[in-house]
Design a protein around this ligand. Structure first.
Ligand code: B12
Ligand code: SF4
Length: 533
């Protein structure tokens, strides 16, 4: 039989089952990072499969996967394939790779590594276990102590190919691989990379292997990463650019910019050309996809770029959603010495098919915005109500995102943000959500907390009891001026008070503990009865 692959090995890119606190949403994975890595390996002639454990292999009954719920000892609810299933699956592979961008899922990644190492030990087989993404790189020592052999520190398309080339060579030398952390004789080694000329365009990157994902299963489930359910529609993600011009202290970009020597230019702005994006859209359409989610860190930067891109995005019957948020100051323009709503810009967004948009108003406090959010938007000058009206006038569904409980924020400031959100609801906002800025590993806020020696020791000695609870609607784990209980209660109370019954009902159907109320799950079951059998 002919072997079409250049290497005699098999890689599994695996997205673990997830855990969430009760009353949080259960969502499938389907992140773009793994899709890019699978694309890079395929281009390099490496045999690679993709497995999203939240929904399982294409065609599986969702009762055995997504709706398989297990209450964990830490109180969280796990959803996805049973861990026992993975043992046999992993036995067929030589490399197990995960991508860890959400800290809350740290435990789930450790579980993957543990199973892979057990298979390797039981079967006397060499299995290389690798990871990357913002959480893995920030917690690299913990990942390396919990079964991972290599952690990628920057962009991964080139790195993963280099890792596989070394692994498959007769004498692997990982010191040749760029920007990784690994251990030799219990010592962590970090590799660097030759300085390269900064690139504005990143068309050299492979096309993300969206076709490897269980797209039909996602469609049948109808729950995207975020935003309204879209039962029955094939959907997927796209990136038009990477990085951001700002550096909010609660965001990964802030540390990436500071640690450029270590992680490379991952946090800095880079973009795909409009022609390249047009080709990506062609590919997604040819896969039967009729709804696309933007996953850029910051979609709106450089408005001219988006005006030029619009014709390449627009297709009959294709809609777009940007639930990841976009910087609001791009929705206004300076006229003389004041700001006016940029109606042309917002009309252009609706014109190419955008019908859902998260508006990250963040806070009503200029002080908090300046201190933590790069002063990226000024609600007192940049006409938030005008922006909202223009968005709504163009038929775009608008969800507002607000942050309350910055570490030195007062209760008075928190309630001002809530009142701001209330006014926006009265002016037509469709939905509001509140979150507490969590100092997630990989951000400047985390570095601030870790600069306190006792805090760092406590965190490192009790890692999983922190990461299991690092949720932006949970009680803060680090000091905040307003009591943590009050903030966690406010996040829920404000949400309940300000949102419509329809929104509340809709979100409730996605709760991870919804086994308790099977009636609420009906919308998905009714649209796809055969997948729930
Ligand atoms: C798009 C996005 C979303 C989307 C969709 C996410 C998804 N499921 O696809 C939405 C809007 C739903 C979302 C929601 C949330 N998000 Co979000 N999101 C992102 C964002 C901006 C991009 C992720 C992405 O697709 N990147 C594109 C790929 C190509 O880049 P990448 O993942 O970094 O992968 C590259 C490298 O890191 C590396 N790499 C990665 N893995 C591996 C593995 C190996 C083996 C190798 C070699 C290399 C490698 O190679 C890749 C290619 O170059 C990230 C920021 C970020 N850049 O990671 C935040 C981010 C992941 N989100 C974050 C947060 C906090 C949230 C929310 C909790 C916010 C909320 N409002 O509630 C929710 C929670 C969602 C959930 N599922 O639990 C935080 C996570 C912080 C943390 N440490 O936990 C991040 C880091 C942003 C931040 N604030 O700093 N998010
Ligand atoms: S504007 Fe958004 S993507 Fe940019 S640094 Fe701030 S939070 Fe991160």
């Amino acid at each position: 039989m002919t072997n079409f692959y250049k290497k005699n090995l098999k890689v599994l890119m695996v997205e673990p089952a997830n855990q969430q606190p009760a009353k949080e949403r259960a969502r499938p994975n389907g992140n773009l990072g793994p899709a890019y890595l699978v694309g890079a390996l395929k281009n390099h002639g490496v045999e690679v499969d993709y497995l999203d454990c939240t929904v399982g292999q294409e065609g599986r009954s969702l009762k055995e996967t997504f709706f398989n719920r297990e209450e964990l000892e830490n109180g969280n609810i796990k959803y996805g394939m049973k861990s026992e299933e993975l043992y046999e699956i992993f036995a067929n592979y030589d490399v197990i790779a995960t991508s860890s961008i959400f800290t809350l899922q740290t435990r789930m990644h450790f579980e993957i590594a543990k199973i892979a190492k057990k298979v390797a030990a039981d079967k006397g087989k060499k299995i290389l276990v690798i990871s990357g993404g913002v959480n893995a790189r920030a917690l690299r020592e913990h990942f390396l102590s919990n079964g991972f052999d290599i952690i990628a520190l920057g962009e991964g398309e080139r790195t993963i190919v280099q890792i596989i080339d070394e692994f498959s060579s007769s004498k692997p030398d990982y010191s040749k691989v760029e920007r990784i952390a690994y251990r030799e004789n219990d010592k962590t080694l970090i590799t660097s990379a030759q300085p390269k000329k900064g690139t504005k365009f990143i068309d050299h990157l492979p096309s993300p292997s969206i076709e490897s994902m269980p797209l039909q299963t996602y469609a049948d489930l109808g729950i995207p990463h975020w935003g309204l359910p879209v039962a029955g529609k094939k959907f997927s993600s796209i990136q038009t650019a990477r990085g951001c011009q700002d550096k909010c202290t609660f965001c990964h970009i802030s540390l990436e910019k500071k640690e450029r020597d270590l992680v490379g230019d991952i946090g800095f702005l880079k973009l795909f050309s409009k022609e390249r994006i047009g080709k990506e859209v062609d590919k997604l359409v040819s896969l039967g996809i009729s709804r696309i989610y933007f996953e850029d860190d910051n979609l709106f930067f450089n408005k001219k770029r988006l005006f030029d891109l619009a014709p390449y995005l627009k297709r009959d019957g294709l809609t777009y959603s940007d639930v990841n948020g976009a910087n609001l100051r791009f929705c206004v323009k300076k006229v003389n010495s004041h700001y006016e709503v940029d109606h042309d810009f917002i009309e252009m967004l609706a014109g190419f098919g955008l019908d859902e948009l998260a508006l990250p108003f963040e806070t009503a406090s200029k002080e908090m915005m300046t201190k933590y959010a790069t002063g990226k938007y000024d609600p007192s000058e940049m006409n938030p109500f005008g922006i909202l009206k223009a968005v709504k006038k163009n038929g775009i569904r608008a969800a507002g995102g607000f942050l309350i409980g910055f570490r030195d924020e007062t209760w008075e400031s928190v309630t001002r943000t809530k009142e701001f959100a209330k006014l926006l609801m009265q002016e037509g906002l469709d939905q509001v959500g509140f979150g507490i800025p969590v100092p997630y590993p990989g951000t400047l806020d985390f570095e601030y907390e870790m600069s306190k020696t006792d805090q760092r020791k406590h965190f490192n000695s009790n890692l999983l009891s922190y990461t299991d609870n690092m949720h932006n609607r949970g009680k803060p784990l680090f000091h905040t001026s307003v009591k943590g209980e009050d903030l966690a209660k406010a996040v829920r109370d404000f949400w309940l008070e300000l949102n419509s019954t329809d929104v509340k009902k809709g979100v409730n159907t996605m709760h991870v503990d919804d086994e308790a109320k099977p009636i609420e799950k009906k919308p998905f079951e009714q649209s796809n009865p055969e997948r729930f059998g």
